[in-house]
Design a protein around this ligand. Structure first.
Ligand code: C2E
Ligand code: MG
Ligand code: MG
Ligand code: MG
Length: 281
């Protein structure tokens, strides 16, 4: 009976995996059309400067409003897009959208930069980098309003090319941020090699830092390390006031998380930036 049960579990799992694979394959076919159909939307999550008490940048986060499946999150389709070579067109679409949207909030108040997530894989793609440069040349938006967020990841299979691409972005005037810091494999190597302006401490370290002694030590020493290297520090995933106060005391420069704001569609962002941020007071 035991063996039969195990076998039942095995086949159910296999079927689930197949279902999943089938769903993913069909999603990828649809992603090409989704871009053209305007189903890919860009939301913006503010990063609050603790010194200035206002957001100084926002992070662009893609959402797929699928006509039948409803909302599909980026954790589901970005990895697939990376595997199937759809990540370059998708990212170029996001960059274009961001350049258009920045024009909408410029002039409403102090400068608000936009951060864009760039898959590590794209850093060594010459066609992608050339296309980015063309987009920037055609745009009236100054590159000083752009930040590229990259993760320290195994996808940086060609570190020399990645470093060269990041240097080029910096020459163009774009700031470079290391995303999800602490979760990669080769943290210190990348810190030494990559031309960075900013470091984002991963949510998994930040979230309980005000409650957990080990997390607190890791977050505090990461902030000090980054500052000693001349980098600004962002904490991601700040969900409550206690966490914010811990980070303020630890000298963190910027915070991002549901406590400040969820990622917002453009119109809601415009309302948000017109309203003083209570959490910063
Ligand atoms: P990320 O760049 O680390 O973005 C932060 C993620 O954490 C976002 O999830 C955001 O909504 C979520 N988040 C923000 N604050 C909080 C909080 O206080 N608590 C919790 N629990 N979560 C919070 P999202 O939007 O689902 O994006 C997931 C990941 O997908 C991003 O992680 C990024 O790696 C990737 N991604 C999103 N947009 C793009 C894109 O345009 N291009 C690429 N290559 N990747 C993207
Ligand atoms: Mg990011
Ligand atoms: Mg992140
Ligand atoms: Mg993260």
């Amino acid at each position: 009976a035991d063996a039969a049960q195990r076998e039942g579990v095995f086949w159910r799992r296999a079927a689930t995996n197949l279902d999943q694979i089938e769903r993913q394959v069909s999603l990828m076919g649809e992603l090409d059309d989704a871009l053209a159909a305007g189903q890919i939307e860009v939301f913006y999550q503010p990063k609050l400067s603790l010194a200035q008490g206002r957001p100084t940048s926002v992070e662009a986060l893609v959402r797929w409003r699928h006509p039948e499946r409803g909302f599909v999150g980026p954790d589901l389709f970005i990895p697939l897009a990376e595997q199937t070579d759809r990540i370059a067109p998708l990212t170029l679409y996001v960059v274009e959208r961001v350049l258009t949207d920045i024009a909408n909030w410029r002039g409403l108040g102090p400068d608000l930069a936009a951060a864009i997530n760039i898959s590590a894989k794209l850093l060594s793609a010459p066609a992608f980098n050339a296309a980015i440069e063309r987009l920037l040349e055609r745009s009236a938006i100054p590159t000083s309003l752009l930040i590229f967020e990259v993760t320290e990841s195994a996808a940086m299979s060609d570190p020399d090319k990645a470093v060269a691409a990041l240097r080029r972005y910096r020459e163009l005037g774009i700031a470079v941020s290391m995303d999800d810091y602490g979760t990669g494999q080769s943290t210190l190597t990348y810190l030494r090699q990559l031309p960075l302006n900013e470091l984002k401490i991963d949510r998994s370290f930040v979230q309980f830092a005000h409650q957990n002694r080990n997390d607190a030590v890791l977050v505090r020493s990461t902030i000090d390390l980054a500052h000693d290297l001349g980098l600004k520090v962002v904490a991601e995933g700040v969900e409550d006031a206690e966490c914010l106060e811990f980070l303020r005391a630890a000298g963190c420069d910027m915070i991002q998380g549901y406590h400040i704001s969820r990622p917002l569609p453009l119109d809601a962002l415009l309302t948000f930036i017109a309203t003083p941020v209570a959490a910063a007071a």
